[in-house]
Design a protein. Structure first.
Length: 151
């Protein structure tokens, strides 16, 4: 799934802005999509509700996907996006943000989710039990930020 564009342009899902994991990566994805540079494999999950990382961020913050997309494109810096998020998101303490991050790190897929991971990352699945890998590790391995899996 990973591509050179992604490795060079997308931050890790672990990167934080204002204590929020996922937000810096989401900013990168929205901006790349607007430039027509977001790889096709990444487009279906962009700001998609549900258990996607984008969806988890939207649920946690209570933000509307389209409003967030517009805010990201209307700003020039991460700090400006953060101000918008802090103004419009459901407020959370730093402890709540850390707990939410741990929940994402600790999540492991059920059998259906594990099968999806194996189909989506066949080369990585040959090396790792993808049912036992955090989604953050999975993305970081796929995009070349972690060794020991695919490089």
């Amino acid at each position: 799934m990973g591509t050179e564009v992604v490795r060079d342009a997308l931050r890790s899902p672990r990167a934080k802005l204002g204590g929020y994991v996922i937000l810096p990566r989401l900013i990168d994805k929205v901006r790349l999509a607007a430039q027509g540079r977001l790889p096709p494999d990444y487009q279906p999950n962009l700001l998609k509700p549900g258990l996607t990382l984008d969806g988890r961020f939207l649920t946690f913050t209570g933000l509307d996907a389209e409003q967030l997309r517009k805010a990201i494109l209307a700003t020039r810096s991460d700090d400006e996006v953060l101000v918008w998020v802090q103004t419009h998101a459901r407020p959370h303490s730093e402890a709540e943000k850390e707990q939410w991050e741990r929940q994402i790190e600790d999540y492991r897929p059920d059998a259906t989710g594990a099968a999806y991971r194996r189909r989506s990352y066949p080369q990585l699945a040959e090396k790792l039990d993808l049912s036992q890998v955090s989604v953050f590790d999975l993305i970081d391995w796929d995009e070349g930020r972690l060794s020991g899996g695919m490089t």
